[in-house]
Ligand binder design. Structure first.
Ligand SMILES: [Fe+2]
Length: 404
C-alpha cells in the first residue's frame, strides 16, 4: 500500500504493533523521490531511484540524535551493546527529506535521506574509495605531470594540494629545487606528513658502504619491489632524495603495481583472487655488529577491500619474501603460477618508468602501490630519505577534500 505525499512531503505509517495483519512487508510510504518499505528486520528504502536496505539495529546504532551521537566531535555516544538485537521501529515517517523512526520507549531517530543513501552498502559497493589513474610508462609521460616547486610547496597550500592530488592519482609525485641536504629533505617531507621512524632511523642517509645488512646499501641493481613488506603494516610512503652522485648509472625504476595487478585481474581472475587470498610472510633478518633485527609481516601479495574488491595494497619483494610453509602443496603450485603471471606483468618493459634522481629532486612513492628499483651504478652516490605514515598523508588529503 503506497501513501501519497501531501504538500509537506509527509508520509506516516501506522505503528507496526497496530498493523492488523502484522505484515511489515506490505507497508509503504512514498515521497516524490523516496519510498520505504518495512520488512521483518530491515527497512527497504528507494531514494532517487536507488534501492537500499538498512538493518534496524544498524539504524538505531547510527541514530544522529544528541543522545546517540556527538556531532561536534563526530563520535558515537550511544552504547551499541545495549541495543536490543530484535529492535524494530514502532512508527516511521518521511518528512522534509528525512526518515523519522520512533523506537520502543519513545526515542526518535531522524536521518537525512541523502545521508542514508551516501552511507548505504549499496552505494559503497559501487563507489571507489580511492580514485586513481593507473599507468604504464607512456600513460605517465603523456600526462605531463609537473613537479612541485620547493619554495611554493613550503609556503603555499594550493601547491601542496596540487602535489597531493597528483600523488593520489598516480602514486608518485616530485618536488624540485629542494636544497641537497638531509635537513631540507626532512622539511619537505614534514610538509606532507609525519615521518615514520623505523629501524633505519627517522631520516636515513646512506652510501654504498654495506653499513646495514641490506642489498640497498650496495652498488648492485635492485629489481622492482615494495619496501618494508616485512612490516605487518608496510610503510605508506617512501621518500628519496639523491644528494650526490659522482659516477654513472643509478637510475630509479618505478612500476605501477596496481596497473599490473589489474591487467592480471582482467586476464586471469582466478590468479588474481589467489594472490589476494594466500598469506605470505616477509621478513628482515639483520645481524651486524651494530644492528640486530628480526622483523616479520604476514599478508597476501594483493589486498582488496572486501566490499568492492578495490585494490589497496601490493606487497611484492622477492628479496624479503620468507619461507612459504603455511600453504598446502597444491595451492603452492597455483600460487607460483599466479605469482609468475603477476611478475610477467610487472616486468613488461612498457610498464617501466625510469627516472634519474638528481640533487634537488625529491620523489614521494606510494609504497602500497608503486614498486621501485634501481640500475647498478658506479662512483659515490649518497641518498637520503624516510618513510611517511600513510594515515597522516591521507588525512592531509581529506582535509583538502581530495578523498572521501
Ligand atoms: Fe627499496
Amino acid at each position: 500500500m503506497y501513501r501519497t505525499l501531501q504538500a509537506l512531503r509527509l508520509a506516516r505509517l501506522l505503528p507496526a504493533a497496530k498493523n492488523p495483519n502484522k505484515s511489515w512487508g506490505h507497508v509503504r510510504a512514498r515521497t516524490s523521490s523516496a519510498s520505504f518499505h518495512l520488512l521483518e528486520d530491515c527497512l527497504e528504502l528507494n531514494y532517487e531511484g536507488k534501492p537500499m536496505i538498512f538493518n534496524y539495529v544498524w539504524l538505531r546504532d547510527h541514530c544522529r540524535s544528541e543522545s546517540s551521537y556527538n556531532s561536534s566531535t563526530s563520535q558515537r555516544v550511544g552504547d551499541t551493546g545495549s541495543i536490543e538485537l530484535s529492535i524494530r521501529p514502532e512508527s516511521s515517517a518521511v518528512e522534509d527529506d528525512h526518515l523519522i523512526l520512533t523506537w520502543q520507549g519513545g526515542h526518535v531517530s531522524k536521518y537525512r535521506l541523502s545521508w542514508l543513501a551516501e552511507n548505504s552498502y549499496e552505494e559503497k559497493k559501487q563507489a571507489t574509495v580511492h580514485p586513481r589513474i593507473l599507468w604504464n610508462s607512456d600513460i605517465y609521460k603523456n600526462a605531463n605531470i609537473t613537479s612541485a616547486n620547493w619554495e611554493k610547496f613550503m609556503s603555499c597550500d594550493s601547491e601542496l594540494k596540487k602535489f597531493l592530488h597528483d600523488y593520489l592519482q598516480y602514486g608518485i609525485a616530485f618536488v624540485d629545487g629542494v636544497p641537497a641536504t638531509v635537513e631540507a629533505t626532512e622539511a619537505v617531507t614534514q610538509r606532507v606528513s609525519l615521518i615514520r621512524e623505523t629501524t633505519y632511523g627517522r631520516m636515513w642517509s646512506f652510501t654504498s658502504d654495506f653499513s646495514r645488512g641490506d642489498t640497498a646499501y650496495s652498488q648492485l641493481a635492485l629489481d622492482r619491489h615494495t619496501d618494508t613488506s616485512y612490516f605487518q603494516e608496510p610503510s605508506g610512503i617512501q621518500v628519496f632524495h639523491c644528494l650526490k652522485h659522482e659516477g654513472t648509472g643509478g637510475r630509479t625504476l618505478l612500476v605501477d603495481g596496481f596497473y599490473a595487478a589489474e591487467k592480471l585481474r582482467q586476464r586471469s581472475p582466478e590468479s588474481f583472487d589467489l594472490l589476494c587470498r594466500v598469506p605470505i610472510s616477509h621478513e628482515y633478518v639483520e645481524n651486524t655488529e651494530s644492528h640486530r633485527n628480526h622483523i616479520r609481516g604476514v599478508g597476501p601479495i594483493l589486498s582488496v577491500y572486501p566490499w568492492n574488491n578495490e585494490l589497496f595494497l601490493i606487497r611484492y619483494n622477492n628479496y624479503d619474501r620468507a619461507v612459504i610453509n603455511t600453504v598446502p602443496h597444491d595451492t603452492v603450485k597455483r600460487w607460483y603460477e599466479a605469482h609468475r603471471e603477476l611478475t610477467s606483468e610487472l616486468r613488461r618493459p612498457e610498464n617501466e618508468l625510469w627516472v634519474k634522481l638528481d640533487p634537488g629532486k625529491v620523489i614521494f612513492i606510494d609504497n602500497w602501490r608503486v614498486l621501485h628499483g634501481r640500475e647498478s651504478f658506479s662512483g659515490l652516490r649518497q641518498l637520503c630519505g624516510c618513510y611517511l605514515t600513510r594515515d597522516d598523508v591521507l588525512s592531509t588529503a581529506r582535509c583538502f577534500s581530495l578523498l572521501p
